[in-house]
Ligand binder design. Structure first.
Ligand SMILES: N[C@@H](CCC(=O)N[C@@H](CS)C(=O)NCC(=O)O)C(=O)O
Length: 218
């Protein structure tokens, strides 16, 4: 099986998505790691893989692809292993809805506003932008409520089985739970049970930031 090469920076919740999908499908992959400090994802060589200078981008043989929704669906469709898309059209629509909520609302509030300032910046000795954190709170609260409503009494967002929706959300909500604002927002939330279930999965454990850094350094 041709290995999938994932270009990205360890710690990014977006880079984590294709890694999680490969882990769940049992697909062989390698993280071609860049560092945040190097700015390599804005350099001409990387821009041939991703003209917008975002991470991740993947290579599968001579097939190159960027954008996590496209990448995740490609890996799910192209390989054997458990399907990460529900067969039922309504459940599949729920999965798609969560993936879009993550891209459009979770990323700018929970990730860029709260987690980037509270979790990522301190690791790099960068100053925290308290105003950005405060400004992100209303949309972040709406995200938490919307995801709670979609989860309902199910084990996962698109029903009982794990789907791409859960793999899209975990990196972002994992970070949120590590922040004081997130602990407050998630107190008593059914999302905590979902987080616990997700964090028990080998795919989630194998793609934790520290684990990826250790793997890349080895
Ligand atoms: N729509 C893109 C978003 C990817 C994205 O925003 N990645 C962030 C990392 S979490 C990034 O590249 N940040 C670096 C930058 O914006 O310069 C996707 O789904 O792949």
């Amino acid at each position: 099986m041709t290995q999938i090469i994932v270009h990205g920076i360890p710690g990014s919740p977006y880079v984590r998505k294709p890694l999680l999908v490969c882990e769940e499908k049992g697909v062989s992959y390698r993280l071609a790691a860049m560092t945040f400090e190097s700015g390599a994802h804005k350099q001409p060589e990387y821009l041939t893989l991703h003209p917008f200078g975002r991470i991740p981008a993947i290579e599968h043989g001579d097939f190159k692809l960027y954008e996590c929704q496209a990448i995740s669906r490609y890996i799910d469709r192209a390989f054997d292993g458990p399907s990460l898309t529900p067969a039922d059209p309504k459940a599949a629509a729920r999965m798609d809805q969560v993936m879009n909520i993550v891209d459009w609302y979770v990323m700018p509030s929970i990730s860029s506003g709260i987690a980037f300032n509270r979790v990522v910046k301190p690791k790099f000795g960068m100053p925290v932008d308290e105003e950005a954190v405060a400004n992100a709170l209303p949309l972040a609260r709406t995200c938490v409520k919307a995801l709670e409503d979609i989860l309902g009494g199910n084990a996962h967002f698109a029903g009982e089985a794990v789907s791409l929706a859960d793999l899209f959300a975990i990196g972002h909500l994992d970070f949120l739970a590590q922040t004081p604002e997130g602990a407050d927002m998630l107190a008593g939330s059914p999302l905590l049970g979902w987080l616990e279930r997700m964090k028990a999965r080998p795919s989630v454990q194998n793609t934790e930031w520290d684990r990826l850094l250790a793997t890349v350094a080895a």
